[in-house]
Write a protein that binds this ligand. Structure first.
Ligand code: PNS
Length: 165
C-alpha cells in the first residue's frame, strides 16, 4: 500500500473527482486530496476554505482520505504530505496531453512520479468549468456533484441572484 496525493483546483469537486479518490483508495490505500491555491485562476467560484469543506464532506465515508490545502508546487505538496506519488484522473485525450507534460516536468525537476487513473466512462464528460457556468445561471447540476457540493452550489446561486438584484 502507498500514500498518494491527488492535487487539483476542485472548484468545485465533482463526481469525476470522487471517482478518482475512490479508485485511489482501492488501489493504493491512503489518499491526500490536495486543494491547490492557484493564483493563475482568479475567476474561481469557491474560496479555498469552502472547497476544503465541500471535499471533506464528500469523502467523509472514506476514512483513509485526508483533505488539505496547499499553495505552490504540487511536488512540494507531495513531499510535505509524505506521498509516494501523484495521482491524476484522465477523461479524454486532451487531459492526457496536459497531464503528460506535467508528469514529465514534475519527474524531471523533483523525481516525483505520476500515475493516471481512467475516469469511469459514465463520468468522463463532467467538468468543473461547465458546472460553474450552469450553476451561475441557476441551472441544475445535482447529477454531476456529490450532495454536499450540490447544496453549496444551490446556496451560492441564491446569494449570487440576491446580490444581482
Ligand atoms: O484541477 P486543475 O485546475 O486541473 O489542477 C491543476 C493543478 C492544481 C493540479 C496544477 O495546476 C498544479 O499542479 N498546480 C501546482 C503548481 C505546479 O506544481 N506547477 C508545475 C506543474 S508541472
Amino acid at each position: 500500500m502507498a500514500t498518494v496525493i491527488y492535487p487539483g483546483s476542485f472548484d468545485p469537486f465533482h463526481l469525476g473527482h470522487l471517482d478518482v479518490v475512490t479508485q485511489s483508495v482501492e488501489l493504493f490505500g491512503d489518499v491526500v486530496v490536495a486543494a491547490m491555491h492557484n493564483p493563475s485562476k482568479p475567476s474561481g467560484m469557491f474560496t479555498l476554505d469552502e472547497r476544503l469543506a465541500m471535499i471533506a464532506e464528500s469523502v467523509a465515508h472514506l476514512p483513509s482520505v485526508r483533505v488539505e490545502a496547499f499553495a505552490g508546487l504540487a511536488v512540494a505538496a507531495a513531499r510535505r504530505a509524505g506521498a509516494d506519488f501523484i495521482v491524476k484522473g484522465l477523461r479524454t485525450g486532451g487531459d492526457f496531453e496536459v497531464e503528460q507534460q506535467m508528469a514529465h516536468t514534475n519527474h524531471a525537476v523533483a523525481g516525483v512520479r505520476t500515475v493516471y487513473l481512467p475516469c469511469e466512462p459514465r463520468l468522463v464528460f463532467i467538468s468543473s468549468r461547465f458546472i460553474r457556468e450552469i450553476a451561475k445561471y441557476g441551472g441544475e447540476v445535482a447529477a454531476l456533484v456529490p450532495a454536499p457540493v450540490a447544496r453549496r452550489l444551490a446556496a451560492h446561486g441564491t446569494s449570487t441572484k440576491d446580490s444581482d438584484t
